[in-house]
Design a binder for this molecule. Sequence first.
Ligand SMILES: [Zn+2]
Length: 265
Amino acid sequence: MSRKKTKPQSDEIIFLGTGGARYVIAKQLRATGGIFFRLGGKNVLVDPGPGSYLRLLSYLPEFNAEKIDAIILSHKHIDHSADINVYLDVMTKGGFNKNGILLAPRDAFGAGGVIFNYLLDFLNQIIYIKEGLEFKIGELRFTFPIRHQHRVETYGFKLYYKNTTVSYITDTKYFPELIDVYQADIMIINLIKLEPSEIDHLAVPECAEIIKSIKPRVAIITHFGMTMLRAGPWNIARALKKKTGITVLAAEDGKHYELNKLLSY
Ligand SMILES: [Zn+2]
């Protein structure tokens, strides 16, 4: 009798999309599916934008989306939230299987929100993200240290897992406290545009400032808008590395980043 050995799931972060902002969404120049954390046997999906579910099916064909443990929505903008209801339906088998945890800012719910009310009954737990929230699932601990400066209620997080910390700095205007609260080994930063012309997103010079001050082992830039794509995210990553002395990677659609490899930088 042959015994089939199941390989334990390796700890990894998968980008279901690296695009952001209106034009990139409209043309799908980059996918807009968010980020999927598979760590310590848990599956946590973050910011499922337009087309996220289809990307999950194509990038992780072996994975059953009913196995998602939690979804974190950093804020309700469409490039972060468009597919959330699809996932809630899939995770709960259309309501036949009470399952899953949803974390989102309060303004993502109800009138003016983006989450269908009827789906909420199907979930195991609903958590409103607010400043200072801590959330544990298995060996993972998430903290949401500060409200971002963005047009709607927005929070990034810091994730603690074993001896590793990972920060996710989602959409925000630059403000100096970002540097205090997001110290981590691995930093994921939404870098939507080159020049700091728009009021509520990070641009390249501010991103350099954050990386230089926090000094993570590695920074991963993602959520690219049109100006970033025209310049070439890898060119920007190289320039940031030169400026900060820190390894900076430009995230790629569908790419699996193994935690161990990221920590070896
Ligand atoms: Zn936004």
